[in-house]
Design a protein around this ligand. Structure first.
Ligand code: FE2
Length: 154
């Protein structure tokens, strides 16, 4: 079980839950062909995901690798972010996507949902770090939030 009293986990989960909820909502809106509404949500996702993804790529994944976590590779996880951002960019930038484009956008968001579930469980592994390292890691997350970049601007 996730120790939600751990400050690092609690902070990570704040963004993570919003991130996952938005992806889920966008996925459902796309399935219902409500493209305009999906695009509105996608703008929120872009803002929420910026600090979250930056933290994952700069901190979470390298720390997992440092802990010897072999069940999952950094390269694969970052690759999944790239696929997800392609879908997000297409949804934001193509005013009227073709059927083919829409299909790939939908698939991208569907895959993002699976990825998000996975990342949510990986954070618990960081409780193996020394308390001081967890605090450092949390500072990095807060710094990324202060920078406030969109995902598409990383
Ligand atoms: Fe992730």
């Amino acid at each position: 079980m996730l120790d939600t009293k751990n400050p690092l986990i609690a902070e990570f989960l704040k963004d993570h839950q919003q991130f996952s909820r938005l992806i889920y909502e966008i996925s459902n809106l796309l399935k219902a062909n409500k493209i305009e509404k999906a695009r509105e949500r996608a703008k929120e996702l872009d803002a929420v995901a910026g600090p979250h993804i930056a933290y994952e790529e700069a901190e979470l994944y390298p720390r997992l690798a440092g802990l010897g976590e072999k069940a999952t590779s950094e390269e694969m996880l970052v690759g999944q972010h790239h696929e997800a951002i392609d879908a997000l960019r297409d949804l934001l930038n193509i005013p009227t996507p073709s059927e083919e484009q829409l299909k790939s956008i939908k698939a991208g968001f569907q895959d993002s949902l699976t990825h998000a579930e996975h990342c949510g469980s990986l954070i618990s592994l960081l409780t193996q770090l020394e308390a001081s390292e967890q605090t450092e890691s949390l500072e990095v997350l807060r710094d990324f939030r202060k920078q406030g970049k969109n995902w598409t601007d990383l």
